[in-house]
Write a protein that binds this ligand. Structure first.
Ligand code: NAG
Ligand code: NAG
Ligand code: NAG
Ligand code: NAG
Length: 332
């Protein structure tokens, strides 16, 4: 029973631009798992809510079967647009939308990237109809036919600018972005993990050198890893997006020095793997250590794809929608 359930699962790591008012973020999560008559939306669970105070940004991990994910995420987005006003946003993390990112990731072997792309596109067009004045752009498999990545799309949209001129941005669906809602990125891709290593320095230039050396484009870089250095709570954070790559074997760049093996999982019948957090932490320690700077800790936002699927199967088989509240109990 649990196995059949797991095969059809999709995860959405909904990024919303609010963290300081936690109650508000909980309402967004609640909306994902609640149906129109106020009961539990069967087959849908929220595994985790990650609030980052400094960035004023939260990540809500919503998991459901392919047939239920769209409605769950749509409800959460509607609630977020209603509660979060971007014209008042403050936080050091660059962001563009009240609902900033809606990435869909296949978790089960019966779900392919094309399935997630189709859901992402349908979701975006329904969203701009339900909440008038919202607009979205596509990334990854949802950006057909080019499949441009998130980093490239963000650059094109002026995401990295301090004060992007929203009025000149051409959304893929919906009107030119409005102040209140901003612009939402909707996409589909293999699972992306977020792994940040904090280093004990305020020297952002040093952080940027570490980030550059860690990027997959650098000779000392790690495959699938995209890196930013950001000031975070008095230190510098090496913030990494860890993308899954096709194939089972640890790529050659990870084979240095007997490091841990690369966890693998299945998408639509094909094997994918990703760099383990331990490898990233070790490499950052080595790079920062050359300048006499030590690491202060690693934070994994959310779960690895294997953990995410396992926890979702458990939550759904126990009938728990509010898994983010139960999590501690279940772990112990
Ligand atoms: C809402 O959920 C409850 C409990 O799961 C269920 O009994 C009810 O039929 C659902 N209502 C709708 C409209 O889906
Ligand atoms: C956090 O961001 C939201 C909008 O995204 C904004 O309404 C709120 O005022 C911000 N909180 C702080 C303390 O800046
Ligand atoms: C990690 O960095 C990203 C920035 O890319 C940020 O959004 C996220 O909140 C950070 N997570 C932690 C645990 O610091
Ligand atoms: C903090 C953060 O960026 N969280 C998620 C937001 O969405 C991206 C896009 O795919 C995810 O990779 C992040 O984990």
């Amino acid at each position: 029973m649990t196995n059949t359930l797991g095969k059809r699962l999709v995860a959405c790591l909904l990024n919303v631009s609010e963290a300081r008012r936690k109650d508000l973020v909980s309402k967004v999560a609640q909306a994902a798992i609640t149906n129109s008559s106020g009961g539990w939306r069967v087959g849908t669970t929220v595994l985790n809510i990650f609030n980052d105070f400094d960035y004023n940004r939260s990540v809500i991990t919503i998991v459901a079967g392919l047939d239920h994910i769209r409605e769950a995420v749509l409800s959460a987005c509607e609630q977020a647009y209603d509660l979060i006003d971007m014209s008042a946003h403050s936080g050091v993390h660059p962001c563009m939308g009240a609902v900033d990112l809606v990435p869909l990731y296949p978790l089960g072997e019966e779900v392919g990237l094309e399935d997630c792309a189709r859901e992402a596109k349908a979701l975006a067009s329904e969203l701009i109809q339900r909440v008038s004045g919202t607009s979205a752009f596509f990334f990854g498999w949802a950006d057909t036919p080019q499949r441009r990545g998130l980093a490239q799309r963000r650059k094109e949209m002026g995401w990295f600018k301090k004060h992007p001129d929203m009025s000149v941005i051409q959304a893929d669906v919906g009107p030119a972005p409005q102040k209140r809602y901003g612009l939402t990125g909707v996409g589909a891709s293999p699972y992306v993990m977020n792994c940040n290593v904090t280093i004990g320095t305020q020297d952002l230039a040093l952080g940027r050198r570490v980030a550059a050396a860690l990027r997959e484009s650098s000779p000392s870089g790690i495959r699938g890893v995209q890196v930013l250095a950001l000031p975070h709570e008095g230190d510098v954070e090496i913030a990494c997006n860890v993308e899954a790559i096709r194939g089972a074997l640890p790529p050659s760049s990870g084979a240095r020095g007997g490091e841990s093996s690369w966890p693998s999982f299945n998408i639509g019948g094909e094997v994918y793997c990703h760099a383990p957090a331990s490898l990233i932490t070790a490499r950052v320690a080595e790079l920062a250590g050359r300048d006499g700077v030590a690491t202060k800790g690693t934070a994994l936002v959310g779960f690895t794809p294997v953990e995410c699927r396992g926890l979702a199967e458990r939550a759904l088989s126990l009938g728990i929608g509010e898994f983010w509240k139960e999590q501690r109990k279940v772990h112990m």
